[in-house]
Design a protein around this ligand. Sequence first.
Ligand SMILES: *[C@@H]1O[C@H](CO)[C@@H](O)[C@H](O)[C@H]1NC(C)=O
Ligand SMILES: *[C@@H]1O[C@H](CO)[C@@H](O)[C@H](O)[C@H]1NC(C)=O
Ligand SMILES: *[C@@H]1O[C@H](CO)[C@@H](O)[C@H](O)[C@H]1NC(C)=O
Ligand SMILES: *[C@@H]1O[C@H](CO)[C@@H](O)[C@H](O)[C@H]1NC(C)=O
Ligand SMILES: *[C@@H]1O[C@H](CO)[C@@H](O)[C@H](O)[C@H]1NC(C)=O
Ligand SMILES: *[C@@H]1O[C@H](CO)[C@@H](O)[C@H](O)[C@H]1NC(C)=O
Ligand SMILES: *[C@@H]1O[C@H](CO)[C@@H](O)[C@H](O)[C@H]1NC(C)=O
Ligand SMILES: *[C@@H]1O[C@H](CO)[C@@H](O)[C@H](O)[C@H]1NC(C)=O
Length: 765
Amino acid sequence: MELRSAIALILFSLFIFANHVHRTSAERSTYIVHMDKSSMPKAFYSHHYWYSSILKSAKSVTQTSPDIDKPEPKLIYTYDNAFHGFSVVLSKNELEALKKSPGFLSAYADSVVTLDTTHSYKFLSLNTASGLWPASDYGKDVIIGVIDSGIWPESPSFKDDGMTEIPSRWKGICQAGQEFNSSLCNKKLIGAQYFNQGFRAAFPDDPIVMNSARDEGGHGTHVASIAAGNYVDGVSFFGYAPGTARGVAPRARLAVYKVSWGSGVASDTLAGIDQAVADGVDILSISLGAEEINLYENPLSIASFGARQKGVLVCFSAGNRGPSFRTIRTSIPWAIIVASGTVDRWFAGTLTLGNGKTITGWTTFPARATIRNLPIVYNETISPCNSPELLAQAPDQSIIICNLTMENTYFDFTMYYLPQSNVRAAIIISEDFSIQRSFSFPFPGVVISPTEAREVSDYVSNNDAPIATIDFQQTILGTGPRAAPVLADFSSRGPGVSYEGILKPDIMAPGVLILAAYHPYTPRPTIGNNIFLSTDYTLLSGTSMACPHISGIAALLKAAHPDWSPAAIQSAMMTTANPLDNAGQPIREDGNFVATPLGIGSGQVDPNRALDPGLVYDASVQDLVNLVCSMNFTRNQTQTILRSSYNCSNPSADLNYPSFVTVFFRADQGRTLTRRFQRTVTNVGDGAATYRVKLEVPVNTTMRIRPETLVFRKKYEKQSYSLMIRYKADIEIQHRPGSVTWIEQNGNHTVRSPIMVSAGADFFG
Ligand SMILES: *[C@@H]1O[C@H](CO)[C@@H](O)[C@H](O)[C@H]1NC(C)=O
Ligand SMILES: *[C@@H]1O[C@H](CO)[C@@H](O)[C@H](O)[C@H]1NC(C)=O
Ligand SMILES: *[C@@H]1O[C@H](CO)[C@@H](O)[C@H](O)[C@H]1NC(C)=O
Ligand SMILES: *[C@@H]1O[C@H](CO)[C@@H](O)[C@H](O)[C@H]1NC(C)=O
Ligand SMILES: *[C@@H]1O[C@H](CO)[C@@H](O)[C@H](O)[C@H]1NC(C)=O
Ligand SMILES: *[C@@H]1O[C@H](CO)[C@@H](O)[C@H](O)[C@H]1NC(C)=O
Ligand SMILES: *[C@@H]1O[C@H](CO)[C@@H](O)[C@H](O)[C@H]1NC(C)=O
Ligand SMILES: *[C@@H]1O[C@H](CO)[C@@H](O)[C@H](O)[C@H]1NC(C)=O
């Protein structure tokens, strides 16, 4: 347990928790209020005046109540781009009065926000010779908005060498603040703003540590540089992963919106998204999660719908609550939700035994420690590394063997006790993959598997004076000890809790030990318990690191295909994603099981194939409106998401989406169910093409698809097909994967959609 939570700390996904902000006074707190702007009387010059006037009336209505001595309701933000409304500090009485105002839709309490590459581009096959990089001019002029903890603007990753003039359509600003002046932006970092009025209202006693867009934690800097960092030579993590750092879209622009202040609140996050949409970002990269389940109360869901209405593609991290099912809480159908996998890179230390035998172990110990021909200490019967007393008895200047497969022996404890002993290094036996998801390795040593450990124990038992040598700072690329990618244990799994009708996550991208820019004064790796090292580039793991890979690739696709809608870009990434690893086998999980679409969505993103997907599943804003209309929300809930422009005359849950999911409920147990889908694909290949279908049918399921051949005579022609899935609702076979693949005849496009037949929410309480 302790280990898992310790590792979770290092995973660093920002999470908005909707544990409502603990009230600062019994009566007054911050509310986010959604309004129907079409009810605004013509007399008002702007929404801001209208909202202020509504608040004045709400105050006067409550004059006779005990609120008489209270201050005016305090308007914090007004929102007008991603949705219509405002946030305000109110008493309960004032809120009740406000609810009677014309145009009021809904209101909910503000919620708390807390903190939840040199190689990954190569693993994704991005290269300068062909494919998506040259075709997109490296993402030239696409603007990625990053909603996070701000930016460390001095990082070399945000220099603007090689960047052209800022496009005139850009409306954002470089906001001056504490230790941040407005000349810190440039042609790479084109915008920087910060939002903390909601945080101040919720936590008036908490100081604002850095009152500007400057990143105090490092998370925002890391995420931004993954998406669109410039080229920086000679980067490494203390000798590991050396090379040239660069973002996925090295020529895209960055605009950062700081909403996290160590923790933060939804009202600030909404203000950041609202501003980003107004400023003209093309892509929003949001490595945040919201706890609130209901799509009509979840600020990220509401704001991302508004962004999508304005043509902005929105990407979210899936969250770091895996590996259990149903850990993706906010399964927003109108955003891309990204899972996290490994890359084909290992950080290694070579263990050489006195008999010449070598074993490649895992380590990220951040220095070149000298461990040469030192005696090995081994006590098979106990686990001395878990006890300061036993470690104190170990001989000086030795290498100790720590067997973590013994009960109650944890890596973190071992790494805490070892520096207090006179031991020089450790050989750690473990099969816990979470060790290989963290960069934390404060004591010289290597981790080896129980199988490899047998060779060591044979050597030690058959030798009077066993010795060993360890060499650090080695990086192994390619098909190393294990195929890649592997779905990380921590990556949250579907089905999505807030809406089960669309398969989530959508796609997987690299998110384990990604090297990217960092805030140099946040002490990250340690040596022993008291030495805190500083670094400009660090390794981090989490779905937070996977999301900006997808944001960057979306920026490249946007540059290569400026006329594609967000849905088309998303479809291109999903239908060309790879469900297989680099050994050609189905992608596995950390625990070695085959991963399902509930873990990896469509599979690992393949950017070069996404450039030329053959067919796309497009969807308009009206299609998304029809989806929301099918969700059986109340009129006000629906309008909170859709705003006044909505038209619910044609509700439909059958969104033209590039994946399929059907869930069954407890009440269905034992019955045979039928689910029908209708899909339309658009030919984005060059000219005529014929596609034939190939089905992978889930177990104990039958499928029928009509027609089985799609003939396109020209580019942009659309063709439709219907898919029927018949399956028994059987809790014994909870998760049944399959797929539909359209294969081009006499061509090389394949267009794949995963299928999931899955037990629904009520089976899981
Ligand atoms: C729904 O909205 C209407 C006006 O659009 C308002 O009068 C009503 O109070 C709202 N209902 C709830 C439950 O908030
Ligand atoms: C920003 O800081 C730089 C360097 O300290 C200084 O030269 C410049 O005048 C400042 N700009 C503004 C707008 O304050
Ligand atoms: C192993 O440790 C136990 C407990 O301290 C001790 O009794 C035993 O002698 C040790 N064995 C060796 C081989 O050192
Ligand atoms: C490590 O501990 C496990 C569990 O006690 C034991 O089965 C295994 O043999 C030990 N490995 C070595 C190399 O001592
Ligand atoms: C909405 O209600 C209709 C009619 O009661 C029902 O058929 C449908 O399944 C419901 N949809 C959802 C998403 O609950
Ligand atoms: C809603 O859309 C339908 C067609 O989908 C159209 O016939 C109808 O006039 C629209 N209603 C409004 C109020 O725009
Ligand atoms: C599929 O159904 C058959 C007969 O109903 C049953 O014998 C079999 O075990 C089922 N397969 C699985 C994987 O559950
Ligand atoms: C597809 O085929 C064409 C011609 O047959 C070839 O030029 C192109 O490189 C192929 N693309 C891929 C992704 O294999």
